[in-house]
Design a protein around this ligand. Structure first.
Ligand SMILES: [Zn+2]
Ligand SMILES: [Zn+2]
Ligand SMILES: [Zn+2]
Ligand SMILES: [Zn+2]
Length: 291
């Protein structure tokens, strides 16, 4: 009999404990809900609608009688910005927009490793660009395993001009020896160059140029560099830049490019011609890419 009562008491205790847990959970959730979304009061005279300063800027009205903050539904959307007082902006409303890094910023970033540029949204958030690879930076050279190769070739441009004074358009041919140096710095990942830069420098020997051909002679580094695979099939061509002030320079540099697949070798070189009907001649120097 005693045993029976004891079980009864235990059961009752359990029920009371469970009920109080249920009650407290209900009370907590109700008060939380009241505070955030459904606070109300028995009065009807509410003040003007305003939106909360904190995102998401819910609309509230304050009861004139008991000062209860009553959520009236919906929320305001502000302009994207730093959220400073009086600006009417909020960093969480809208979305970030970051400016494109300027050439000056990129050039400045190349001086310090890693070469990243921080661009700032009008809200103050800063995003960093992917690191640039600078083939002249010692940290990049070791990080990206940048190879530096140079090839020098000596060749002769056999150029011709038509001697108009003779009346019979006799062509005169003369040699222009040229020393070409092609330098390249490159790294790869898979079958792509991850960095690539190049420079061609040509030194022309004009000792054998006939005096009457000198004024019509043009000698320059070839703009196009051709890239080949190991079966001597041309893969692609890259164009090296020239300054606007000198479209036919003896030296040209090529900026970064990424093309696939990685070539076996490239042919860069020199071009020359004398104004007239005879087409230009070109010679080249071969650089083989090894890793
Ligand atoms: Zn009230
Ligand atoms: Zn907001
Ligand atoms: Zn932003
Ligand atoms: Zn670097």
């Amino acid at each position: 009999m005693k045993k029976y009562v004891s079980y009864d008491k235990l059961l009752l205790t359990c029920i009371i404990v469970l009920f109080s847990i249920y009650l407290s959970i209900t009370l907590i959730s109700t008060s939380f809900a009241d505070y955030t979304t459904t606070a109300t009061c028995s009065h009807t005279a509410l003040g003007v609608q305003y939106s909360e300063v904190a995102h998401p800027h819910k609309y509230f009205r304050t009861c004139k009688s008991c000062n209860t903050k009553v959520y009236v539904g919906g929320h305001a959307t502000k302009n994207h910005g730093d959220g400073s007082w009086g600006s009417g902006t909020c960093p969480q409303c809208g979305s970030h927009s970051y400016p494109i890094p300027t050439v000056d910023q990129i050039n400045a970033s190349l001086k310090q490793h890693p070469h990243i540029v921080g661009v700032k949204c009008k809200c103050g958030s800063v995003k960093y660009t992917d690191p640039q690879i600078n083939p002249d930076c010692s940290s990049c050279i070791s990080t990206y395993n940048i190879k530096s190769k140079s090839a020098t070739g000596n060749s002769v441009l056999y150029l011709s001009y038509l001697d108009g004074d003779s009346g019979a358009a006799i062509s005169t041919t003369f040699p222009v020896p040229v020393k070409m140096t092609f330098q390249s710095k490159y790294s790869k990942s898979g079958s792509n160059f991850t960095s690539y830069s190049s420079k061609i420098t040509c030194v022309f020997n004009q000792n054998s140029v006939p005096p009457e051909a000198k004024s019509r002679l043009h000698l320059f580094a070839t703009a196009q560099v051709d890239y080949y695979n190991s079966s001597n099939s041309k893969l692609y061509t890259n164009t090296l830049s020239a300054p606007a002030s000198n479209p036919m320079p003896a030296s040209r540099t090529g900026g970064k490019f990424s093309k696939s697949p990685i070539p076996s070798y490239s042919l860069a070189g020199a071009t020359g011609y004398a104004e007239g009907l005879i087409p230009p001649r070109s010679v080249s120097v071969k650089l083989t890419y090894t890793f």
